[in-house]
Design a protein around this ligand. Structure first.
Ligand SMILES: NC(=O)c1ccc[n+]([C@@H]2O[C@H](COP(=O)([O-])OP(=O)(O)OC[C@H]3O[C@@H](n4cnc5c(N)ncnc54)[C@H](O)[C@@H]3O)[C@@H](O)[C@H]2O)c1
Length: 356
């Protein structure tokens, strides 16, 4: 199933792509980053050549597909170039900055020799796959509510850099973490149409940046002279067709007392419920069997849930590239989700519910 991959964007997650691709037997043929030293470092570690431009990367011999791992505001430009060049694309989340940009990508994908897969890697975690299997087995009854939560007490990524600058990221934890948990909720709920959303966002930390207390920082140390104009927390109620509701809670920073919140996805059905932490090693099931309330713990192998999820993502990507299989996470799903994110931001701004 081997093929040649180009990595576009060689920062924190670009390296994760290269590792996962190689574990799947995919050759890293080239790397491109606007910071050439990052592309060179990735090429040195994983093989392949440093490209002097994205066009040069796309023109390199042996590149069948690319992983797009650049800041959110560059997703559309990089994915579009790759699709125009007929390459298969694994596009990081969020699909783009807004639904209108997603439409542009989808229009190009329609006429490209390459297929598009979205980087909704959380769907492929061992716990998420077990939960999906239980749901698909019809053990839940009517699924009527899903709680989707990711809380960080102090976890603003790259404070002052592109993550916290709205024109580059599109927003804070809603578009960064919310995109994962809302995707999972929609996926487990059967991709029902979203009808209405109500959202609230907060921005209480990193003003000024120098006052922010933290223990670790994704994507490098705080940029003291940088920008922080996005939310650091968001909550939303999403109303879907058929009465399903999804409650979303995401924070990059909040004064959360230990033990007062739980990360993960909780799916409530009329005959059973499932809860899991996305990259955890357990799935908890509440059911009614033989007239009794019972707790069920499925047995499954999850020695390294994060790597396993990435391996599964690349296994599906390889099947798409080499066998023409349908992408496991489609552009259409990425676009629908982006419209939900857009509407939640709009609802927060207007201080009222928004219809889709
Ligand atoms: N799937 C996941 O769990 C996950 C985790 C983290 C990040 N992400 C996503 O991956 C993307 C990158 O995030 P990151 O944490 O790696 O950020 P990062 O800042 O660490 O890396 C981004 C890299 O892209 C480069 N870059 C910027 N503009 C470019 C361009 N036009 N062409 C080529 N390279 C360019 C930067 O120099 C940098 O090296 C984001 O969209 C983010 O949302 C996904």
């Amino acid at each position: 199933m081997s093929f040649g991959l180009g990595v576009i964007g060689c920062g924190s997650i670009g390296g994760v792509h290269a590792h996962a691709a190689r574990r799947a037997g995919i050759r890293v043929v080239g790397a491109w980053d606007i910071l050439p030293e990052r592309a060179t470092a990735l090429a040195l570690e994983h093989g392949g050549q440093t490209a002097p431009s994205i066009d040069a990367l796309l023109a390199m011999a042996g590149i069948d597909a690319v992983a797009v791992a650049v800041p959110n505001d560059r997703h559309s430009e990089c994915a579009s170039k790759a699709l125009r060049a007929g390459k298969h694309v694994l596009l990081e989340k969020p699909m783009a900055m807004n639904a209108a940009e997603c439409d542009e990508i989808l229009a190009l994908a329609k006429n490209s020799a390459g297929q598009l897969q979205l980087g909704f890697v959380c769907r492929q975690s061992p716990a998420a796959l077990v939960a999906k299997r239980w749901i698909d087995a019809g053990r839940m009854g009517e699924i009527y509510h899903i709680k989707a939560s990711l809380y960080r007490r102090r976890g603003i990524p790259g404070l002052g850099g592109w993550f916290t600058t709205k024109k580059h990221s599109g927003g804070g934890p809603l578009i960064d973490l919310g995109v994962h948990v809302i995707d999972l909720a929609l996926h487990l709920g059967g991709h029902r149409a979203v009808e209405r959303v109500s959202g609230v966002t907060w921005s209480k930390f990193g003003h000024p940046i120098a006052d922010y207390r933290y223990t670790s920082m994704w994507a490098g140390p705080p940029k003291l002279d940088g920008t922080c104009d996005v939310e650091d927390g968001a909550t939303a109620l999403i109303r879907c067709a058929g009465g399903l509701t999804i409650e979303v809670n995401v924070t990059w920073a909040a004064n959360i007392p230990t033990g007062s919140t739980v990360d993960g996805i909780s799916v409530w059905g009329s005959r059973g419920g499932v809860f899991f932490d996305i990259f955890g090693k357990d799935v908890s099931i509440a059911a009614e069997e033989a007239g009794m309330l019972v707790d069920i713990k499925p047995q499954f192998d999850a020695p390294n849930p994060t790597d396993q999820a990435w391996d599964e993502q690349y296994r599906h990507f390889a099947l798409m590239v080499t066998k023409g299989k349908t992408p496991i996470a489609t552009g259409a799903q990425g676009r629908s989700l982006q419209a939900v994110l857009d509407a939640i931001y709009q609802s927060a701004e207007l201080n009222r519910e928004v219809e889709l």
